[in-house]
Unconditional design. Structure first.
Length: 239
């Protein structure tokens, strides 16, 4: 049986600071590789740009800045780590909210967020187009599916990934805090895990952006929906 050593990288990213956010990922990779031979470093939603990037996404330079950040990150990856990281991706003039898998300096897979929230503090439909396909990639012999934030609340993307052969789902988030939110996440993600029949690792960012507070609280649930591991709230990187 293959075992994945997963670092849930609860990061405090800064909107627009591509260079600084990239360095935080590099530091997380270094820490993980000091602890494990072939770690999986899972970062939050839109790690490279920070969240929520809002009208920053409308600037013509956004694609170039993302490419530069990815090139810097890939050039630093000389070990065996896999990195799951969020960033905006522009293809043929269409912008997607993406989770990419990086390994040995290459982008080996990209998932496009399907469920774009457009309520309360969220206005992702203004900027992004939705994807419609699952993404499953082999990581150290384990078939791993990807999803992003709101996808896990909808449920169907998790089932899509399981139907495509995923044995584990990694869900990256920039989910703001409100009272009772942690229990709510556990319930929703546990339900998705039971429905899809696979374990789920939920990774969230920390810090603040304007009126939003991101509390971390990353966790993993079994295929039965039972919380198997949980990181502290309002703390940085957690193994």
């Amino acid at each position: 049986m293959s075992i994945l050593n997963i670092l849930m990288a609860q990061m405090n990213t800064l909107v627009g600071d591509f260079e600084g956010n990239t360095q935080k990922v590099i530091d997380a990779i270094t820490l993980a590789e000091q602890m494990h031979e072939a770690p999986v470093v899972v970062c939050p939603e839109l790690t490279l740009s920070g969240y929520p990037p809002e009208d920053l996404l409308l600037r013509p330079s956004i694609a170039q800045r993302v490419d530069q950040a990815l090139n810097t990150l890939c050039a630093s990856m000389t070990g065996r780590a896999h990195v799951v990281i969020g960033y905006p991706l522009c293809e043929d003039g269409i912008l997607y909210n993406v989770a990419g898998v990086l390994h040995r300096g290459e982008i080996v897979a990209q998932y496009r967020k399907q469920s774009l929230p457009n309520y309360q503090v969220f206005d992702e439909k203004r900027y992004f187009s939705p994807g419609d396909q699952p993404c499953v990639v082999s990581i150290e012999g384990v078939m791993v599916g990807l999803s992003i934030c709101e996808d896990i609340w909808e449920g169907s993307p998790a089932c899509q990934a399981a139907d495509a052969g995923a044995q584990l789902l990694l869900n990256i988030n920039s989910s703001p805090f409100h009272q009772g939110k942690r229990a709510e996440r556990w319930e929703i993600v546990g339900s998705s895990a039971r429905q899809a029949g696979i374990p789920i690792v939920y990774v969230n960012q920390v810090g603040g952006q304007d009126e939003l507070v991101f509390d971390g609280g990353s966790f993993a649930v079994t295929a039965d929906g039972v919380v198997a591991a949980a990181a502290p709230q309002l703390s940085l990187i957690h193994i």
